[in-house]
Design a protein around this ligand. Structure first.
Ligand SMILES: Cc1cc2nc3c(=O)[nH]c(=O)nc-3n(C[C@H](O)[C@H](O)[C@H](O)COP(=O)(O)O)c2cc1C
Length: 162
């Protein structure tokens, strides 16, 4: 199986998640290519699964990621599976503050990409992967790369079942 992991990253955190996803897929014996979203989409004919990830910034998702979803649709990538991931945070420790600020974190880049992918009728995996950072520019919180590896296993298992 061959997967394509598209990402946009300003400070390296989302790229680290993309590489953890690719690393786990390679460990499972599959081919996985990570690719910066600033580059054009490659030929998708021999691709069995696509993942697309971006950081949450000002509660939103970069237009490059939205454009890539539209391009996937235009290129006819509508039956094969797609999964969405993002990075976000850090979350306020105080629950009252989190409640007050929640619009900055939820639905985040992942939720916004998921909504657009559904609107475009792409075959999007129901679950998204969201990885937390410790500070506004990272690094990722402990355990988040393992969460990414687990997500990679679930996505691969879902593709293999079909
Ligand atoms: C300018 C800026 C704005 C950000 N805005 C948000 C935000 O609104 N919500 C959020 O959850 N995280 C926000 N973050 C945190 C980023 O989502 C987090 O650091 C992310 O992992 C960065 O990914 P990258 O290293 O791949 O660029 C922001 C970070 C920066 C630098």
């Amino acid at each position: 199986m061959k997967t394509l992991i598209l990402y946009r990253s300003y400070h390296g955190n989302t790229r680290d998640v993309a590489e953890a996803l690719a690393g786990e897929m390679t460990k499972l014996g599959h081919q996985a290519e990570t690719r910066d979203l600033r580059r054009p989409l490659p030929d998708l004919r021999d691709i069995d699964g696509v993942l697309i990830g971006a950081p949450t910034r000002m509660a939103r998702v970069t237009w490059k990621a939205r454009l890539a979803l539209r391009r996937l649709r235009r290129k006819g990538y509508t039956d094969k599976p797609l999964a969405i991931f993002d990075t976000y945070g850090p979350l306020p420790a105080d629950p009252a503050k989190l409640e007050e600020d929640k619009k900055w974190f939820y639905p985040g880049a992942a939720g916004r990409m998921q909504e657009l992918a559904q609107k475009l009728k792409l075959n999007v995996f129901p679950k998204t992967l969201r990885c937390l950072v410790q500070g506004a520019k990272g690094p990722l919180q402990q355990g988040e790369l393992e969460k990414a590896a687990q997500f990679a296993r679930e996505f691969v298992a879902a593709i293999e079942k079909k």
